[in-house]
Design a protein around this ligand. Structure first.
Ligand code: AP5
Ligand code: MG
Length: 215
């Protein structure tokens, strides 16, 4: 399956798409993770991306599209993939469609995780993130007994863009640039709206049911 995960910052795109990718045994591709890795490594891409991400703005379209197209051209994407956080603008969605048409494929579903604004802010402010393995936790919903990542043991941090000011900017950017994608995919007949209810397992179950996947 070729899948896209849409939804506001904090909706649970990463949490759910990692789980679905594991079940389907297909690669999980997060543009946010790619940018954060490059920021950590201090690459030129990381420096450029950081200047936008730290302000809650989108990284420019052409740069983002070229990174995703390079990734989708890799062999492991032949039998399907999940894109988490891409596309985020109509321009990116059209570029993705062009790429998919050029390889004679299409996006099967765009999963749109719907969560109310207060819960989004709560989820982002209480998120803990592992800079080593990109593991993502929530202080109320995922059992954490220490500051160490339960998966790899590295020190958990709060993401730099999870401050109240940047969260506000990210939500505004989402409403202006990304929310219109739900109409875009609805018109194509592949939009699946999913309630991102409280509780990671319950929310994941909604997504799996919508996709017709038995766990
Ligand atoms: P990105 O990393 O994609 O961030 P985002 O879209 O803001 O989304 P988040 O990762 O913050 O949230 P999420 O939906 O993945 O939620 P999560 O699963 O972590 O992008 C970062 C930045 O990079 C962007 O702002 C932009 O600058 C740039 N960028 C990225 N892609 C780009 C693109 N295509 N074009 C241009 N720029 C781009 O969950 C959040 C928290 O909630 C966690 O703590 C989790 O444990 C918890 N949680 C999850 N589900 C539930 C649940 N059901 N109940 C309770 N808690 C839950
Ligand atoms: Mg994410």
């Amino acid at each position: 399956m070729n899948l896209i995960f849409l939804g506001a910052p904090g909706a649970g795109k990463g949490t759910q798409s990692v789980a679905v990718a594991e079940i389907l045994n297909i690669p999980h591709i997060s543009t946010g993770d790619i940018f954060r890795y490059n920021i950590k490594e201090g690459t030129p891409l990381g420096k450029e991306a950081d200047s936008y991400i730290s302000k809650g703005q989108l990284v420019p379209d052409d740069l983002t599209v070229s990174i995703v197209v390079d990734r989708l051209n890799k062999d492991d994407c032949k039998d399907g993939f999940i894109l988490d956080g891409f596309p985020r603008t109509i321009y990116q969605a059209e570029a993705l469609d062009k790429f998919m048409a050029s390889v004679d494929k299409k996006i099967d579903y765009a999963v749109n995780i719907q969560v109310d604004e207060d819960s989004l802010v709560d989820r982002l402010s209480k998120r803990r993130f592992c800079p080593a393995c990109s593991g993502t936790f929530h202080v109320d919903y995922t059992p954490l007994t220490s500051d160490d990542c339960p998966t790899c043991g590295a020190k958990l941090i709060q993401r730099k863009d999870d401050t109240p000011e940047v969260i506000k900017e990210r939500l505004e950017t989402y409403h202006e640039k990304t929310a219109p994608l739900t109409d875009y995919y609805s018109e194509k007949g592949c939009l699946l709206n999913v309630e991102g209810v409280p509780g990671i397992e319950k929310s994941l179950k909604n997504t799996l049911t919508a996709l017709g996947i038995e766990k």
